[in-house]
Design a protein around this ligand. Structure first.
Ligand SMILES: C[S@@+](CC[C@H](N)C(=O)[O-])C[C@H]1O[C@@H](n2cnc3c(N)ncnc32)[C@H](O)[C@@H]1O
Length: 197
């Protein structure tokens, strides 16, 4: 039978925690697979913010969301051509601290310019912002790709960030096929339900 894929595991961990009507963020919309999953999970009463630096990614995501729009099943959607490192400025103040899930799927857009990749500095800034935007009990997932140039350094930086996160702030988990060191793997954070900072 085999273990669930990394992406299916990220989706499952989110589906187990996110209620219809929630506000969620896709930090790297790319081809829109995760955005569609998030849209279906929060439903028409929910809110979805999506970020990508490439117009092509936003077009692909809009196309993937179109069937939900036709069936009136789409949440309120905001797709922004912007770096996820700007997310705190782009999300309305009243939603800060209420976001139920934030997904990152790092690397490049398949079938496009493979040099346009996520980078450690902006990724870490966005992860820090995500911890402020998440609701208590909210979940952050980050799929890491150590197989492309620069990918391993970025994956190491994210893993180090997660391992150093104070446990009073959140619980960090790692899901990885350890016989395949170049394969994508998952880091997830569940924000603590009550925090005293
Ligand atoms: C692996 S793809 C994402 C896959 C997507 N989640 C899906 O379901 O199809 C990575 C995406 O990150 C985007 N990206 C790169 N740097 C970014 C940044 N600073 N902020 C937001 N998106 C970025 C790329 O343009 C690319 O589309």
């Amino acid at each position: 039978m085999g273990f669930l894929s990394v992406l299916s595991t990220a989706h499952r961990w989110i589906a187990e925690r996110v209620q219809p009507g929630s506000a969620v963020i896709d930090a790297t919309v790319g081809g829109g697979v995760d955005a569609r999953f998030l849209a279906e999970t929060v439903g028409p009463k929910g809110v979805l913010y999506g970020f990508d630096i490439q117009a092509e990614a936003l077009l692909r995501t809009e196309a993937r969301l179109a069937p939900l729009r036709e069936q009136n099943l789409l949440p309120e959607v905001h797709l922004l051509q912007s770096s996820h490192s700007e997310m705190e400025r782009s999300i309305p103040r009243e939603l800060h601290g209420t976001i139920a899930a934030i997904m990152f799927n790092l690397g490049y857009l398949p079938g496009a310019d493979t040099t346009l990749v996520t980078l450690p500095e902006t990724t870490l800034a966005a992860l820090d912002a995500s911890m402020r935007l998440l609701a208590p009990g909210g979940i952050l997932t980050c799929v890491l790709y150590p197989g492309h140039p620069g990918g391993r350094e970025e994956a190491d930086a994210v893993e180090g960030w997660a391992a150093a996160l104070p446990s009073a702030l959140g619980q960090a988990a790692l899901y990885r096929m350890i016989q395949k060191p170049a394969a994508p793997y998952l880091v997830a954070i569940e924000k603590r339900t009550s925090i005293s900072l």
